[in-house]
Design a protein around this ligand. Structure first.
Ligand code: ADP
Length: 369
């Protein structure tokens, strides 16, 4: 039985019980009370003959009263039942209508129509809350579906370029148009490397977005993490002739961190600083402790970022200059993964720049021990 019928039936049961109680109590109480009133009215002394006549008259009056009462109860009860049925039907419909609409809307959502929304009835009751939450759920389903489609589009786009290059080289080699030289094999190798890096980044991204990225935060010396990343990239800075300055405090800063993961964040930010700073520029790495957090800062004198780009810099696959970033092997996923890692540590990450050509500053915080 559906909810509307159940509600309607429950109203009818309540009405029927009330009517039965009303009829029984009236049938018992009204005649007794009526006789009592009559006796009060006739409270004066009478002769024996008068008394006999009065008794039979009283019986007649009582019988007529009972009859009139029964008729009135039947008529009033019938009218009350009709009015109650109509009111119950109306109220049941009003209550169950939003529920029916919710059922229909959820069926439409289940069949893939994520733009489905319920009309808000404006009630401040549980049904109003349910409608609001239902619409919120539909909106977040629509958002994740959009992200899923965007992800598929982005991934296929990312795969297309290196695959097209490898295919082009291979066809050139087969047709004899391209010489099978060391440089050619290097180029093919470079494209294959890029595909491998993309596959690895995508795996990390999917783990991060599914909250499956393992973070094993233990007390660590934040300075050692910075030093480890800086030492790793120092030769590349030297090759590109970008000056690398390290400003570490003289005292150790103990942060709660997963050494390898935070080093990965530092390598990403430092690698970007190197990539987007032309030769002759400078990158400064700093570390300090402020308000119970360790703050890591990487400042560069590179190409800088426009305000519009700053707002999207941590979005996945976002690259300001696609060809320049891609040439350096970038897929626009690095900063997204870095943000996930920092947030999983309970820290924050931010980017700032005074504009194009003004350099950029990337900073993130980690909780102190
Ligand atoms: P990618 O692998 O493409 O570098 P990231 O997520 O690490 O991906 O960075 C996203 C984009 O942010 C880059 O493509 C680049 O356009 C921009 N970016 C990152 N760091 C800097 C920086 N230091 N200076 C200027 N632009 C930067």
């Amino acid at each position: 039985m559906n909810l509307g019928r159940k509600l309607f039936l429950s109203y009818l049961i309540v009405i029927a019980v009330s009517l039965v109680v009303l009829a029984i109590s009236t049938a018992f109480v009204a005649p007794v009370s009526f006789s009592h009133h009559i006796e009060m009215m006739m409270g004066r002394p009478m002769s024996g003959r008068m008394m006999g006549g009065m008794v039979s008259l009283l019986d007649d009056i009582q019988e007529s009263f009972r009859q009139a009462l029964t008729n009135a109860l039947i008529l009033a009860g019938g009218a009350a039942i009709i009015a109650a049925i109509l009111t119950s039907w109306f109220i049941s419909r009003r209550i169950t209508r939003p529920v029916h609409e919710m059922v229909k809307a959820s069926q439409r959502i289940a069949s893939g129509r994520y733009d489905e929304r319920l009309i808000f009835y404006g009630g401040k009751d549980e049904l109003g809350d349910l409608t609001r939450h239902f619409n919120q759920m539909a909106a977040s389903l629509a958002e994740s579906e959009k992200m899923r489609q965007q992800l598929i589009a982005d991934v296929s786009h990312e795969l297309k370029t290196p695959l097209a290059s490898i295919k082009g080289y291979m066809e050139g080699l087969q047709d004899g148009v391209i010489e099978p030289s060391f440089e050619t094999f290097e180029l093919v190798h470079h494209e294959a490397n890029r595909l491998q890096r993309l596959a690895h980044d995508l795996q990390e991204l999917s783990q991060a977005e599914a909250s499956q990225l393992q973070i094993d935060a233990v007390p660590c010396d934040a300075g050692s993490i910075v030093k480890s990343a800086v030492d790793w990239l120092r030769p590349q800075f030297a090759t590109k002739e970008v000056r690398l300055t390290l400003n570490l405090p003289d005292h150790p800063i103990q942060a709660l961190a997963d050494f390898d993961r935070v080093r990965q964040v530092m390598l990403n930010i430092l690698g970007n600083a190197l990539q987007y700073t032309p030769p002759g520029g400078e990158v400064t790495v700093g570390l300090s402790n402020q308000d119970r957090v360790a703050q890591f800062i990487v400042r560069d004198t590179g190409i800088g970022l426009a305000p519009d780009d700053l707002a999207h810099i941590f979005d996945r696959f976002y690259r300001v200059d696609k060809s320049r970033s891609r040439a350096g092997g970038g897929s626009g996923i690095g900063l997204t993964i870095s943000r996930h890692i920092v947030v999983l540590h309970g820290g924050t990450i931010a980017a700032a720049s005074d504009g194009l050509g003004q350099g950029s500053t990337f900073s993130f915080t980690l909780p102190l021990v």
